[in-house]
Design a protein around this ligand. Structure first.
Ligand code: FE2
Length: 194
């Protein structure tokens, strides 16, 4: 597991940084939560920021795969989609939903309705090796896409693919551990039974 994670970090670190963050649909539509919202919502669902980010990446890759005139770039985008679409679907189903509970947990609230997050966190813990392997593959196909785009001087696509690779690394470095901590925290607060 450690080896895979280090491989992923090293592969992603090889990417040059500096691409600006894309403006997501959430920001553009003013859908960010407000500080006045209290108490924080507690929903066992993928946070909007992750959901929109995944949707943006898939939409962008779809456009490139279907409309890019350079065959090497279109093919690289198709391969990235093959790997990333099912991975994102798995994350939406059983990896990221506990993160929707974070705002409420940060306010010290834990209720029996949140208990479903414990099973999800346990599954993430059990499947970490597989999930890390998927992220290594994602980094690989994105590196291929970057190389193809650089070869055709497609600077916008290079920037987008770098951003997607950083998104992938962020999940491994921050979001997955956060999901596991949420499970541990809920077990502490709610107990193991019931
Ligand atoms: Fe992921």
């Amino acid at each position: 597991m450690t080896t895979l994670r280090h491989t992923l970090v090293a592969a992603t670190a090889a990417l040059a940084l500096g691409a600006s963050l894309p403006i997501t649909a959430a920001l553009a539509q003013g859908q960010l939560p407000t500080a006045a919202a209290s108490p924080a919502p507690a929903r066992l669902e993928v946070p909007q920021s992750s959901r929109v980010e995944h949707d943006d990446i898939i939409s962008y890759l779809n456009v490139v795969a279907q409309q890019q005139r350079r065959p090497s770039v279109a093919e690289a985008a198709r391969k990235a989609l093959e790997v990333m679409r099912p991975h994102f679907a798995r994350e939406a189903e059983y990896v990221l939903p506990p993160l929707g509970l974070l705002p409420a947990l940060a306010e010290g609230r834990a209720t029996p309705e949140m208990r479903g997050a414990i099973a999800i966190a346990d599954r993430v813990k059990a499947e970490q090796d597989r999930l890390y392997e998927e992220h290594v593959r994602i980094t690989g196909v994105l590196n291929d896409l970057i190389a193809a785009a650089e070869g055709e001087r497609e600077r916008g696509l290079v920037a987008m693919a770098r951003q997607a690779a950083l998104h992938s690394l962020h999940e491994v470095e921050v979001l997955y551990p956060a999901v596991i901590l949420i499970g541990d925290r809920l077990r502490e607060k709610l107990g193991s039974s019931g």
